[in-house]
Ligand binder design. Structure first.
Ligand SMILES: Nc1ncnc2c1ncn2[C@@H]1O[C@H](COP(=O)(O)OP(=O)(O)OP(=O)(O)O)[C@@H](O)[C@H]1O
Ligand SMILES: [Mg+2]
Length: 400
């Protein structure tokens, strides 16, 4: 399909079969909030879904029509609606259909020509009506298909909107309207994802009094690291394709995958590191050298691994009052070799801190840190540890 251009082809997307299957199953019932730590592979999963849907279409298998959009460039409801409209029109055009209802709606305040339409400023107050008509068009014009919007960087867009005058109200209105549209047009679904957690935007809106349960009708799907075998295969193929000399390819691939918690972005980064330093490249790559390289990358001042956000965003996510406490909690957990129980964390924090801190404050922050993928809580012994050892090591490198 045409909007496949510029995207990563299916052949370059490794693994994720189980996740994609799960996404399709969930979509049959509901829309999805796709969550994960940064750089985990959310966008790649969206590309995979889009690629799989396109293959089905080519084979005349009835399935989903995917509309991928990167919304990071949108900072107003009109820009959002324009982008949705352009994408929807392109899809309808491919099916020799037109966005009739939307065009009718727009003709009220604009003379329409054939082809793309630039929404005028006068359409700003009507953005809700326009979005509603687009959903209506997709539903009525494509009665035999199901459509799913893949909205990447949706929270970034909302965040940009909230930063403007009266923006929090508008962001709330977008969320409300999408909630309504999901109920009214069940054959049009959406996957919301992005590099910022949606729950942070919702928390921010909650602080300004917006309390509607706007995503209680959606399922949550988490993108996790690769399964170990897939990570090892991936590391191996990266080593091979970049012609990195290893004495024992299989063993090297295994250690690389392990050392970066089976996360494809870091596997890629580590292998590249061996490639881009040919003059100091060791002849045999062993565990020590791999660990040394990981460490070098973790302390890397120019932030090759895009990990600075684990430190930088704390102030933004948790606010001035809680940031110091959050850092203290993470320092405490990073210092422990083993997972640690809530009551022990509370004890250490209360002993370390100068001012009294209520238990509940610490418990609430632990919960948020879990949602933000810093921590994970064991479902049996209920102890906390860093979700990824790589992030723990990063934290130690930066704060130790
Ligand atoms: N399934 C995959 N197959 C191959 N490479 C992958 C896969 N998933 C992720 N990667 C690698 O990791 C990088 C980051 O993935 P991606 O952009 O999908 O992450 P993201 O979760 O969307 O990140 P962000 O939160 O920054 O938007 C990709 O550019 C790619 O190099
Ligand atoms: Mg992304």
């Amino acid at each position: 399909m045409d909007h496949q251009r510029d995207r990563v082809p299916l052949s370059e997307i490794v693994g994720r079969d189980a996740l994609a299957r799960q996404a399709w199953q969930m979509l049959a019932e509901k829309s999805i909030v796709l969550t994960a730590e940064r750089r985990m592979g959310k966008t790649y999963l969206l590309y995979k879904l889009q690629g799989e849907a396109a293959v089905q279409q080519q084979n005349w298998v009835q399935g989903w029509l995917c509309l991928y959009q990167d919304l990071s460039g949108c900072s107003s409801p009109l820009e959002f609606v324009q982008s949705v409209f352009d994408t929807a029109q392109e899809l309808l055009g491919l099916r020799r259909k037109a966005a009739e209802e939307t065009r009718r709606f727009l003709s009220r305040f604009q003379e329409l020509k054939v082809g793309p339409i630039q929404l005028p400023k006068s359409a700003i107050p009507e953005w809700k009506g326009i979005l509603r008509s687009i959903f209506a068009d997709l539903s009525t014009q494509l009665p035999d298909d199901r459509v799913v919007f893949l909205w990447d960087e949706f929270p970034v867009m909302l965040d940009k909107i909230t930063e403007q005058e009266g923006g929090e109200r508008i962001a709330g209105e977008i969320l409300n309207l999408l909630h309504t549209l999901r109920a009214e047009y069940p054959r049009v679904r959406m996957i919301l994802t992005g590099s910022v957690g949606l729950h942070h935007i919702l928390n921010k809106l909650r602080q300004s009094g917006f309390n509607n349960p706007v995503n209680n009708d959606m399922d949550v799907l988490s993108v996790t690291p690769f399964e170990p075998e897939i990570a090892i295969d991936f590391a191996r193929s990266q080593l091979e394709s970049k012609a990195i000399p290893c004495q024992d390819l299989a063993a090297t691939a295994k250690i690389i995958a392990q050392e970066v918690d089976n996360i494809p972005f870091y596997i890629n980064g580590l292998v590249k590191r061996f490639r881009y330093h040919p003059q100091d490249r060791p002849l045999t790559i062993d565990v020590d050298i791999i660990r040394q390289e990981v460490r070098a990358l973790l302390v890397d001042a120019d932030n090759t691994w895009h990990m600075a956000h684990y430190l930088d965003r704390i102030k933004n996510y948790y606010g001035d009052i809680d940031s110091e406490l959050v850092r203290l909690i993470l320092d405490t957990i990073a210092a422990e070799e083993q997972a640690i129980a809530t009551k022990d964390i509370i004890k250490i924090i209360q002993n370390t801190s100068q001012s009294p801190i209520p238990d509940q404050t610490i418990r609430d922050l632990l919960k948020l840190l879990e949602q933000d993928h810093y921590l994970t809580k064991d479902s049996i012994d209920l102890k906390y540890r860093f979700r990824y050892s790589l992030i723990r090591r990063y934290w130690q490198c930066q704060r130790g």
